[in-house]
Design a protein around this ligand. Structure first.
Ligand code: SAH
Length: 399
């Protein structure tokens, strides 16, 4: 069946084309007046204004975001050449800014959804393997065409493409995605980040197996680690811990409630610093650990999971950040440094800052902001889609 011959038209309500005129890549279901044809989820639809003028085309999906825009050009076909062009642009950008083809680094994000004009698609590169993740029905349906285009663009750079979308697709769509290799099949999963080695668990790990987005912040932490006693709270794969070790920390304690995360952390420390007794890892709940720990730490990292996955959960999330940070402010040694993060998209920079400020005030400590951190350049923010800015961090000096 050739779907390309089918034409589906989405007509917007009057005035609802304004955000598309500013190249925002989403159409909300409430903006739609009527639909011509019966597209299935994941098929490409053309979007028209109430004046019946073409404005964009994209993947159709049932839900609050009804269309994810792929192109604003009526003449641009969504075919194999389209995917290749978009992936090539993403790769060229990363090469031109020195992230791809880096002598000490082969861990980076090649495609960051809206940030690369490919809403619903994420591709992370781990050495010779690309891990591809679909967050929309459209990207799921196109996965083989995208994988072919990816293999062409990355020819000679990668051997394997692993597809990992079991937990990222809406389940109402009845897509039943299965995780597995679309190309190759190597299980060699050690990748390099700025000269440090990491086991990447793309088979079972969270996200695509690693939190690529903290790379630059981990590198910054390394510069502050010398001689310090470090607590890496919510350590997952131990990324910050490994950098702290290389930075010359006196001791590094990694904590995560997941026993699997603690195994991964121990493996990654052993891979880089075998038999180094400065490191210990504990499987324990963050709040319990912070409550019972003493005041031995003078460098603390708080990188919790997204507390607010949806807007309704915002209040609880802000309370969570406040509670967590109060504990760190209360216990950190005088002259200590706190790296504190939020990766919740629903919490903006100001809200996160306010939660951390409130926590600081509650502890009564004197606190200065040293750095304001965000996501790295391989997780670019589409300027027309400010929601894409999700990672927020503060580095604080606590007197
Ligand atoms: N800092 C990590 C990423 C952290 S992801 C990195 O740089 O890669 C968040 C982690 O928090 C997950 O590993 C999850 O297992 C852990 N976690 C979730 N709830 C927790 C809790 N209540 N206490 C401790 N760890 C928790």
């Amino acid at each position: 069946m050739d779907k390309r011959n089918k034409m589906y038209k989405v007509y917007l309500k009057p005035g609802k084309e304004e955000s598309l005129k500013r190249f925002h890549p989403w159409v909300f279901s409430g903006a739609i007046a009527r639909l011509e044809g019966e597209p299935e989820e994941g098929e490409v639809v053309d979007i028209y204004t109430s004046q019946k003028e073409f404005i964009a085309k994209g993947h159709w999906q049932i839900g609050s975001i009804a269309v994810r825009v792929l192109s604003f050009d009526a003449n641009e076909a969504i075919d194999a050449a389209f995917w290749k062009r978009r992936l090539q642009t993403a790769y060229d950008m990363r090469r031109s800014i020195g992230i791809a083809d880096h002598p000490d680094n082969n861990t980076y994000r090649l495609v960051h959804g809206e940030g690369d004009n490919l809403p619903g698609l994420v591709v992370d590169i781990y050495a010779r393997t690309a891990v591809m993740q679909a967050h929309s029905a459209g990207m799921h349906l196109e996965r083989m065409v995208i994988a072919d285009a990816l293999a062409e663009v990355m020819d000679g750079q990668i051997d394997n493409i692993y597809y990992k979308s079991e937990t990222t697709l809406p389940f109402k769509a009845d897509l039943y995605p299965e995780n597995g290799f679309l190309k190759g099949g190597s299980r060699d999963n050690v990748a390099m980040e700025y000269g440090l080695k990491f086991h990447i668990d793309w088979l079972k790990g969270q996200k695509t197996g690693f939190f690529v987005d903290q790379r630059e912040n981990r590198a910054l932490l390394e510069r502050y680690a010398r001689g310090r006693s470090v607590l890496n709270m919510f350590c997952y794969t131990g990324g910050f811990s490994v950098y702290a070790m290389r930075g010359g920390a006196k001791l590094v304690h990694s904590v995560d409630s997941s026993a699997k995360a603690i195994d991964l952390t121990n493996k990654n420390i052993a891979l880089n610093f075998p038999d180094d007794t400065r490191h210990a890892a504990y499987a324990e709940d963050a709040f319990k650990y912070l409550e019972r720990m003493g005041d031995q730490y003078d460098l603390i990292i708080l990188d919790p999971p997204a507390f607010a996955k949806h807007r309704d959960a915002l209040r609880n999330a802000l309370q969570g950040y406040r509670k967590l940070n109060v504990k760190a402010f209360e216990k950190i040694k005088p002259g200590g440094i706190l790296f504190t993060f939020s990766c919740s998209q629903a919490v903006n920079k100001e809200q996160f800052r306010t939660a951390v400020f409130t926590a600081a005030a509650m502890s009564g400590r004197n606190v200065r902001i040293l750095h304001q951190l965000t996501q790295p350049a391989d997780h670019p923010v589409n300027i027309y889609h400010p929601e894409g800015e999700y990672l927020k961090g503060l580095v604080l000096y606590v007197e």
